[in-house]
Ligand binder design. Structure first.
Ligand SMILES: Cc1ncc(COP(=O)(O)O)c(C=O)c1O
Length: 368
């Protein structure tokens, strides 16, 4: 165990040491983009369900006794909501992505992935028994070259991408990627983690228009439920056969205790709220703030605004100074982001207002 201390010391020297900090100050860092994590109706739903005697734990894998009415109803609701053949609910988005990428592609298949996809998909790729190749971030030419090169040698090709990138706040050229998937008979796995709840009709995600036109033949979507939905978990939406296959083959699904029933119940309630006027008002407010942040910080126009500072030590120093002024913003460093691009990740929420953004921008400017 002696190397652990050495590695930790090195991390400290490199300004890459991480420690747990409780929330403190104005939230500019969480993924609770629409304030759903504090929604009164969700609290009331939880209290009522507990009073009515909902079991606390699922007490087993979904394939054993852990499958409850709350899970079944959420999946039925989600498949209709996201216009999918079927939906499957996992305890976390990480588990959902990992399950997809360790289960669907087999030895003679290939996965092409955007270089900036999330660690949960990366770890799935690394654990898989197939070959995978990365394409330059959002580069359609590079992706098409790889599709050309591998189409004939691979049995199946999967493309892994996010629809809105978690650390850069930029959007994928989703329609074009999907069109390439169709042209080369590939399947796009679209991680909607940061788009669900915010973009698309009733917050159904950035792939929603594509689904309305083309269904799920060349597409699988992942909707994490701990960000704009404000609860926890991950929903995989796909055609029925894919979901059936996952239920039979995905080890993270089969060999893990089901999410607590209350979690499933709250995700469904949150999706219902997000589809209502309340959800629309929250979305509209967030979109306005995102527009303002684009002007102030030269962002991409989404609710995620990277403020790139370069060196790790600088990001840590500025994050600390902003925290001291009452803003809860954290330094994001490698390996979460590429070397030399350490940053503050400004994360907007419909709970904020323009004055807070302006004050934050002024404080930041004084520091540089
Ligand atoms: C793009 C992306 N995908 C997947 C996940 C994992 O989701 P969860 O936090 O629900 O495990 C995250 C979370 O950080 C993410 O940013």
């Amino acid at each position: 165990m002696q190397n652990l201390g050495k590695t930790l010391s090195q991390l400290k020297e490199q300004s890459r040491y991480r420690s747990l900090k409780l929330p403190h100050g104005i939230d500019l860092t969480s993924n609770d983009y629409l304030g759903m994590a504090q929604h009164t109706a969700l609290r009331e739903t939880a209290i009522r369900a507990l009073r009515d005697g909902i079991d606390i734990g699922a007490a087993g894998s979904r394939l054993l006794r852990g499958h409850t009415t709350a899970h079944a109803e959420l999946e039925e609701f989600a498949s209709a909501h996201f216009n999918a053949g079927r939906a499957l609910y996992f305890p976390t988005g990480f588990q959902a992505n990992y399950a997809l990428l360790t289960t669907l592609p087999e030895r003679r298949d290939i996965v092409l992935y955007d270089e900036l996809i999330h660690a949960s998909m990366r770890d799935g790729l690394n654990a898989g028994k197939y070959k995978s190749y990365r394409f330059t971030h959002n580069d359609l030419n590079n992706l098409e070259d790889l599709l050309e090169r591998y189409r004939n040698s691979a049995d199946n090709i999967y493309i892994a991408a996010e629809t809105l990138y978690s650390m850069d706040g930029d959007f994928a050229p989703l329609e074009d990627i999907h069109a390439l998937a169709q042209r080369y008979d590939a399947t796009l796995i679209a991680d909607e983690a940061h788009a669900t709840g915010i973009y698309g009709d009733q917050g159904k995600g950035l792939a929603y228009e594509i689904i309305a036109k083309h269904g799920y033949d060349n597409l699988i979507t992942v909707h994490t439920c701990g960000k704009a939905i404000g609860v926890a978990g991950g929903l995989i939406c796909a055609n029925s056969e894919v979901v059936d296959y996952l239920i039979n083959k995905a080890r993270p699904f089969i060999y893990s205790t089901a999410p607590i029933p209350l979690q499933a119940l709250l995700v469904q309630k949150s999706l219902e709220i997000l589809a209502s006027d309340d959800g629309k008002n929250r979305r509209d407010k967030l979109l306005l703030l995102s527009k303002r942040a684009k002007e102030l910080f030269n962002g991409e126009g989404s609710q995620i605004v990277p403020i790139i500072l370069g060196e790790d030590a600088k990001a840590v120093e500025i994050a600390k100074a902003m925290q001291d002024q009452g803003y809860d913003i954290r330094a994001i460093r490698p390996p979460t982001v590429p070397q030399g691009t350490a940053r503050l990740r400004l994360s907007l929420s419909s709970n904020l207002d323009e004055d807070i953004l302006q004050n934050f921008a002024d404080a930041l400017e004084q520091m540089s």
